[in-house]
Design a protein around this ligand. Structure first.
Ligand code: SF4
Length: 339
C-alpha cells in the first residue's frame, strides 16, 4: 500500500470540500471493499476523508411523506435490525442478512454497499488486462473463467456482475439515492444509479467523482406481507450470489395487485423487468404465471460457457421465490440463509 493522508471532516459540507477537484482523494466509510481493492493494488488513494462519524449520515428516520430515510453511514447490520426496517421493509432486512458475514455487516455502510465493485477474478488481478480497470485493455473473462459472470445486459467490453444483496432489495423497493456534491444535492432513482457496462465498464454508477451518498429513501409501500429473498451460492455462508431474487407482492386474495422482482448475480446492476411485473398484475398467483414472468425476465439472456447454467437456475429461482413470497412465515429454513 502507498502512503496516504487521513482526514476527518466535521460535516458533510466540509467532507465534500476536501474531496472536490482532487482526483485521488476518496471518502472513507466502512472501507470493507475499499481496503480490499487497495491491498490488491487496484486503487491507491493519496488521501482519505472519513465520513463514518457524521451525524447527518447516521440517522434512520421516517419522513413526512411516509418514506424511511436510511443514513449513508449507518452500518448494514444496524439497518437490517432496525425495527422500522424489519416491520415495514422486511425484504431489505432479509437481503442484507444474506450478504457477507456478521463481521463485515457490522462494519460496512449503507452508502458503501451501493459502491462496492465487482468480484470478477480478473478485475482483482492487477497483472492481467481488464477493461474495467484499464479501459481498452481487454476482457479475459469472456473466453476465460466466467462461471460467476453476467447473463443479462452484458457488452463486448465487460460481462462482470454487481455483487450486492442489499441493492437487489433496494431495486425491488424503488429506493431513491440522495447525494451531495459541489454543485448541490440531487436524488437518483435506484434504477438509474448503477450502470450497464456498455463501452464504459470502468464506470459502475452515475455518481460523480466528488459526490457523496448521504442517504437512501425507501418509499412507503404495501410489500411488508408477501416478500422473499432467495440467494443461491456455492457455499451457504460468506459467498456471493450466483443468482439471487428479491420478490415483493401485493395480493388481493389470490390475485396479484402489484409485483416487484429484482435479480442479483446476473448483470452489471440489479436487474428488473417492468414487462414481467406488469404481466403479473391482475393475474392469479400461480406457479405457471410466475414461470411466465421468469421467461420474460430472462428474455435475451446469454451465457459465456461456464455460466450457461445461470439461465435455467435464474428461471427456477424466480419461480420458487415468488411462491415463497406468498407465505414468508412458512419458508424453509435453508431458503433464507444467514451467514
Ligand atoms: Fe474486467 Fe469486466 Fe472483463 Fe471482468 S468481465 S475482466 S471486470 S472487463
Amino acid at each position: 500500500m502507498n502512503n496516504f493522508e487521513y482526514k476527518k471532516a466535521q460535516n458533510v459540507a466540509e467532507s465534500i470540500n476536501l474531496v472536490a477537484g482532487r482526483e485521488n482523494t476518496k471518502f472513507l466509510a466502512g472501507g470493507t471493499n475499499l481496503v480490499d481493492l487497495w491491498k490488491y493494488n487496484i486503487t491507491n488513494p493519496d488521501e482519505l476523508v472519513d465520513v463514518n462519524h457524521l451525524d447527518e449520515l447516521l440517522q434512520i428516520q421516517t419522513l413526512p411523506n411516509g418514506a424511511l430515510r436510511l443514513g449513508a453511514s449507518v452500518k448494514n447490520a444496524d439497518t437490517a435490525y432496525h425495527p422500522e426496517v424489519e416491520n415495514r421493509y422486511p425484504l431489505l432486512s432479509k437481503a442484507i442478512l444474506a450478504g457477507a458475514s456478521p463481521q463485515i455487516r457490522n462494519m460496512a455502510s449503507n452508502g458503501g454497499n451501493l459502491l462496492q465493485r465487482t468480484r470478477c477474478y480478473y478485475f482483482y488481478d492487477a497483472e492481467v488486462p481488464c477493461n474495467k480497470r484499464i479501459p481498452g485493455s481487454g476482457c479475459p473473462a469472456k473466453d476465460g473463467h466466467n462461471r460467476i459472470h453476467a447473463i443479462l445486459g452484458t457488452s463486448e467490453h465487460c460481462i462482470a456482475v454487481f455483487p450486492s444483496d442489499m441493492c437487489v432489495a433496494l431495486a425491488a423497493l424503488d429506493a431513491v439515492v440522495n447525494v451531495a456534491g459541489p454543485a448541490g444535492t440531487r436524488a437518483i432513482a435506484f434504477a438509474d444509479f448503477h450502470r450497464l457496462p456498455g463501452d464504459r465498464p470502468d464506470l459502475d454508477n452515475t455518481l460523480k467523482p466528488d459526490e457523496l451518498i448521504t442517504s437512501i429513501d425507501l418509499p412507503d409501500n404495501n410489500f411488508a406481507t408477501h416478500y422473499s429473498y432467495l440467494k443461491l451460492r456455492d457455499r451457504h455462508s460468506y459467498a456471493f450470489a450466483l443468482v439471487s431474487v428479491a420478490t415483493a407482492l401485493q395480493l388481493d386474495g389470490d390475485t396479484i395487485v402489484d409485483a416487484r422482482i429484482a435479480l442479483g448475480g446476473v448483470a452489471h446492476k440489479p436487474w428488473r423487468s417492468v414487462a414481467a411485473e406488469n404481466f403479473l398484475k391482475g393475474k392469479e398467483a400461480t406457479t405457471e404465471n410466475f414461470g411466465k414472468a421468469a421467461d420474460l425476465i430472462l428474455e435475451g439472456a446469454k451465457g459465456f460457457g461456464n455460466n450457461d447454467f445461470k439461465i435455467k437456475l435464474a428461471k427456477k429461482a424466480i419461480q420458487r421465490n415468488c411462491i415463497m413470497a406468498l407465505n414468508p412465515d412458512s419458508q424453509e429454513p435453508g431458503a433464507q440463509p444467514s451467514a
